[in-house]
Design a binder for this molecule. Structure first.
Ligand SMILES: [Fe+2]
Length: 331
């Protein structure tokens, strides 16, 4: 349910006071403060401040329960308020529909070890994918482009068991096991996992036949940059955080990754998660050595730091340790 209506500074008059509090909402920080207390006169200085905040993207709000008083005490009509809030009303309606559809699934018991064990036995990733979908579609409303884009993508894509979706869903689960709960960060990880290899379209297909040849091809080693190049043509404003995850998708802790041979904490922890999830899933699906192995076995290789041709196990220790929580038998 929508709790606050967006209001504009022009709805109010200097030298007047109102019987309800007026709030100021900073959408970038998801922060709301009181902009003017009830029965306090609105001064010129305060109005000036409001204008400055509006220019920076923040906006005034009134509580939904104060709407009638607001209409009575200003020259604003209900229609004007609704027109100003059309986007938010639509957004809330969308969220109500999603909550109705996914809330109960998102709250069901979810024991990661048994889910991994079942996926390993059946090779069916859909229960894992569907669960992540339910959780993501119940993300609290957040005025953020990343969260909106992520929920859109998840709603449309997370009903198919395809590799990028597996990889994105599993990256989300790794985040949660590492106590990353910020919806903006989780959204960035999912988006980056889904689109990070958009640049593959610019690489000659014969390279994909031989993993060694591919790993030493300079064009392949540039594919994170090529992905950013393709994405820059899409007319979507991807955040610098998402671009960083894409650019660092193959960087490794010891500097043995590419394209920039970055090292340890010069690489975002979330980039490591995108990378790790992808390698676990790619290896499990036989994309690296042609042999399909179970999800559990693939996780185990990274958890036990077993070196295998075609994969790179150089990650922060705590991240690899966290994989233990997915495994039923660790030894
Ligand atoms: Fe890649």
């Amino acid at each position: 349910m929508l709790k606050f209506y967006k209001a504009k500074a022009t709805f109010f008059e200097v030298a007047k006071s109102y019987s309800f509090p007026i709030f100021l909402y900073d959408k970038n920080r998801n922060l709301r403060i009181v902009a003017l207390l009830e029965q306090v006169e609105l001064t010129d200085e305060v109005m000036q401040e409001w204008n400055n905040f509006e220019n920076k993207g923040a906006y005034l709000q009134i509580h939904i329960d104060d709407l009638d008083d607001f209409i009575a005490q200003t020259n604003t009509s209900k229609e004007q308020v609704h027109a100003e809030n059309e986007f938010y009303l639509r957004m809330h309606k969308l969220q109500d529909t999603r909550l109705e559809a996914y809330k109960s699934l998102s709250e069901q018991d979810f024991l990661i070890k048994s889910v991994v064990s079942n996926v390993s036995k059946t090779s069916n990733y859909l229960p894992l994918i569907e669960r992540v979908k339910a959780e993501v579609l119940c993300f609290p409303l957040h005025e953020s482009q990343a969260v909106s884009l992520c929920t859109e993508l998840v709603e449309k894509l997370f009903s198919r068991d395809i590799l990028p979706v597996r990889s994105a869903a599993f990256a989300y689960i790794i985040c949660k096991q590492n106590k990353i709960t910020d919806v903006e960060q989780l959204s960035n990880v999912i988006i980056a996992s889904l689109i990070k290899d958009a640049g593959f379209g610019l690489i000659p297909t014969n390279l994909f036949g031989n993993i060694q040849e591919m790993n030493s091809s300079s064009l392949y080693l540039k594919h994170p940059m090529l992905s950013l190049y393709i994405l820059s043509k899409l007319n979507v404003d991807f955040s610098k955080e998402i671009k960083r995850l894409i650019l660092e998708q193959h960087e490794q802790y010891d500097g043995s990754g590419f394209p920039r041979n970055k090292k340890d904490n010069h690489i975002d922890f979330l980039s490591y998660i995108v990378n790790l999830s992808d390698q676990i899933l790619m290896y499990g699906a036989g994309k690296i050595n042609g042999k399909n192995i179970s999800l559990e076995k693939s996780i185990e290789i990274f958890y036990k730091r077993i070196s295998v041709e075609g994969i790179n196990i150089s990650f922060p220790e705590n991240l690899l340790d966290s994989l233990g929580s997915f495994l039923t038998i660790k030894d």
